[in-house]
Design a protein around this ligand. Structure first.
Ligand code: BGC
Length: 758
């Protein structure tokens, strides 16, 4: 009976979806029947509303273009009245009254800014990841935005690449979970609601593998690596229903993604069944000229025929497609298909019913920066921070005595917002110093000194103010010498019982076009740290940054280190909650922290090689001048509690076919405070038809334990956890032995073996 009801429900949903699709088809076919070729091409043109561009934009005679139907969508519109004015022209004055689609990079919050995505991946909590996207959608849709250029799901194994800040780190399984959660958060169950927005999965594909971590650089990888390690998060986002995709700047197999038919049509649409629309990245069509693929007309035709539907700001489509059609280089079917996909997106968002659906000045006042949103931002920030070291139990700090907050990031607000926080206003941000003052109240005296500039590298210093933030005063030239700043800081530090040194990177040093060859703490900041340590006072190092840093010296010399990232609007309060023990840290790294730049690329799920690293064997895979192990491995993160792992108990050691395995460890909190531990499960397939990684994350569980409490943690393993793409790109599992690892990070694990036959 139950099965019958489920079946009937399923059939009725299927019918409903069919009927909806048929309705949409009829509507769009009728509309397209009235459109000229020029108007159809106009729908493929995405232009900028003016602000925050990452390159030059062709948008002259904007109004004229809107009137003649030459613009399909706009990005980066900021005020509801101005967006309404654009929409007015489109729906009242353009030939077919087609509403505009408004997009923006709402990447980690709109006005309430959450930690940067790399930090949010350290939460290990999909409910909170989804919640951050839900709140972002709620706030952005109140302000005219119904399309966000997120999630960014590029796997990155190179922290020199500044855009590592925008993604979920190095692991394809975790990246896939996060991709799904973000899409769900943005889109909800009904895209036409006035508080859900369409996701755009980017950058398709492989952008994170830019050679040498240099932005926009060449990518070259085998299909096996592509399918197993880089493609899964994109696929997960599309499977979760993401409505659009953005092409990447890089080449894939030698052909730029924007003009790559294999990528955009054979893989994305034919193999994966994607039904949404594809937009280029910013001027990516035009950039194919530099890639060496031909002139603007040639590359624009190439992009369209490859499966690109919308052209972001370069106007290659707008200015050449008609000519290409007249010359027989593209045909009307290609144009129709792209136009239909763009119109379908507008239809699904409900824009034809109400073009002003997302422009509600009332909601723009009431739905933004609400106390609940700020509470979520604080909780998410606390949970994203990773305690890297706490040797002498300096932390948590007591709420008494004098605390000196020292460092160029100690009183910074704008840098807490991180990269891509276009709607963020730094005057709403709590700095670390203010957070400490808020938490400590009148029982603690809080002192502050800047101590140093970000850098003494003049070229690098110029990039510090790349993001002009609302509410941000223009930075003036440093008026004090390094010596003066240092001396002031030492004098301040001497008056304190404990020093909180807040060092790292300003927001502009990570994100797009922010690659670095040196990812350590800059020399001037390190000199400050040395001076502070020399006072003999206890020092806590709080790091604000957007990428893994190299910290060998700091790790050797400082007893307490907190990786706080760019934590968003509530960053300072969240740091203070952790420093004072009001929140017990539980975040864990999702990217490896290398010991030095020479080790890069370094990631936990590497292959074994024929000569695995061995201390006693010269002819093994290692470095002569440096350890081969990273400083902090993937999954690393401490707590104020201590967790003890038992050996692994397996429900079976011999399995067949689709049987399930239960792996169990007993976890004990041997510490003095309640805390949460993320228990990680990895699998290794040590004998297969291709060489497989030494470990691959397959699941995790977050467990809360009171002091002295013990819990059994059960994690199920099924054959789907054993699957991989073999050299024929067939996705299957291969019978044989498997090793199950469970532990607190990717290095410190217990192991057990099973044999699994078909
Ligand atoms: C970035 C994209 C972004 C786009 C629009 C580009 O430069 O690569 O990630 O979505 O600009 O702002």
């Amino acid at each position: 009976m139950k099965t019958l009801i489920v079946l009937l429900l399923f059939i009725s949903i299927a019918f409903h979806v069919r009927a909806q699709d048929a309705k949409m088809d009829t509507f769009i076919n009728t509309l397209m029947g009235k459109m000229t070729v020029d108007e159809k091409i106009g729908q493929l043109n995405l232009t900028t509303a003016g602000a925050f561009v990452t390159g030059s934009a062709v948008n002259d005679k904007l109004q004229q273009k809107l009137k003649s139907g030459q613009i399909g969508g706009m990005l980066n519109g900021f005020s509801v009245p101005s967006m309404k004015a654009f929409q007015d022209i489109a729906v009242k004055e353009s030939p077919n009254h087609i509403p505009l689609l408004f997009g923006m990079d709402v990447i980690h919050g709109y006005k309430t800014i959450f930690p940067i995505p790399l930090a949010m991946s350290c939460l290990w909590d999909m409910t909170l990841v989804e919640k951050s996207a839900r709140i972002a959608a709620q706030e952005a849709t109140a302000n005219g935005i119904s399309w966000t250029y997120s999630p960014m799901v590029d796997i990155a194994r190179d922290p020199r690449w500044g855009r590592i800040a925008e993604g979920a780190g190095e692991d394809p399984w975790l990246g896939s979970q996060i991709a799904k959660a973000l899409v769900k958060g943005y889109q909800g169950n009904d895209l036409s609601l006035n508080n859900t927005m369409m996701a755009c999965v980017k950058h398709f594909a492989l952008y994170g593998a830019a050679e040498a971590g240099r932005d926009y650089n060449t990518v070259d990888m085998s299909r096996v690596t592509m399918y197993n390690d880089y493609l899964p998060p994109y696929k997960a986002a599309f499977d979760a229903g993401a409505g659009s995709a953005m092409t990447s700047f890089n080449v894939v197999d030698g052909v730029p993604a924007t003009g790559n038919h294999w990528l955009l049509t054979e893989l994305l649409r034919n193999q994966w069944g994607f039904k949404g629309f594809v937009v280029t990245d910013y001027t990516a069509t035009n950039e194919m000229i530099n890639h060496g693929l031909g002139d603007l007309q040639t590359v624009s035709a190439l992009a369209l025929k490859a499966g690109t539907d919308m052209d972001m700001v370069g106007e290659g489509f707008l200015t050449t497609l008609k000519k290409s059609m007249d010359e027989g280089k593209v045909n009307i079917k290609d144009i129709d298909l792209a136009c239909k996909r763009v119109l379908e997106a507008k239809y699904k968002l409900g824009l034809f019913d109400d073009p002003y659906r997302y422009m509600n000045e009332e909601r723009a006042k009431t739905d933004v920066m609400t106390p609940e949103n700020l509470k979520a931002a604080r909780e998410i920030a606390e949970r994203s921070m990773v305690l890297l070291k706490n040797d002498k139990q300096i932390l948590p700090l007591k709420k008494s005595g004098t605390i000196a907050v020292i460092g160029p990031l100690g009183n910074s607000k704008g840098d807490m917002l991180g990269t891509w926080a276009m709607g963020g206003d730094q005057s709403n941000v709590t700095s670390v110093m203010d957070g400490i003052k808020n938490a400590a109240g009148s029982s603690v005296k809080v002192l502050y000194a800047k101590g140093s500039d970000f850098t003494d590298n003049l070229q690098l210093a110029k990039s510090v103010n790349a993001f002009a933030r609302p509410g941000q005063p223009q930075a003036s030239e440093p008026v004090k010498t390094s010596e003066q700043l240092l001396n002031e800081a030492i004098q301040t530090a001497k008056q304190a019982d404990v020093i909180v040194a807040v060092l790292g990177e300003p927001a502009a040093w990570s994100g797009e076009a922010s690659s670095m060859t040196d990812i350590g703490i800059q020399k001037v900041q390190q000199a400050l740290l040395k001076g502070l340590l020399a006072t003999g006072k206890p020092v806590v190092l709080v790091l604000i940054n957007g990428r893994p840093l190299t910290l060998p010296w700091e790790n050797e010399n400082v007893s307490a280190i907190l990786e706080a990232w760019a934590g968003g609007t509530e960053a300072g309060n969240a740091v203070a909650d952790i420093l004072f023990g009001d929140f017990n840290p539980s975040g864990k790294l999702t990217t490896t922290f290398p010991l030095n730049v020479g080790q890069i690329p370094i990631y936990y799920n590497h292959k074994n090689t024929g000569r695995p690293m061995s201390a006693n064997n010269k002819f093994s895979s290692k470095y002569l001048d440096s350890p081969s192990e990273p400083l902090f491995p993937f999954g690393y993160g401490l707590s104020y509690s201590n967790f003890d792992y038992s050996d692994i108990k397996l429900s079976k050691t011999q399995l067949k076919g689709n049987e399930k395995l239960m792996a169990t460890v007993t976890l004990t909190n041997t510490g003095k405070v309640a805390g949460e531990e993320v228990v990680l499960l990895y699998i290794q397939d040590p004998a297969a038809s291709i060489s497989r990684p030494v470990k691959e994350l397959k699941n995790f569980k977050k467990v809360m334990l009171q002091p002295g409490e013990k819990k059994e943690v059960n994690i199920e393993v099924t054959t789907s956890d054993l699957m991989f793409y073999n050299s024929d790109l067939k996705y299957d599992w291969e019978a044989g032995d498997f090793v199950i690892y469970i532990g607190t990070n990717s290095r410190d694990v217990k192991s057990a073996k099973v044999n699994w036959v078909k």
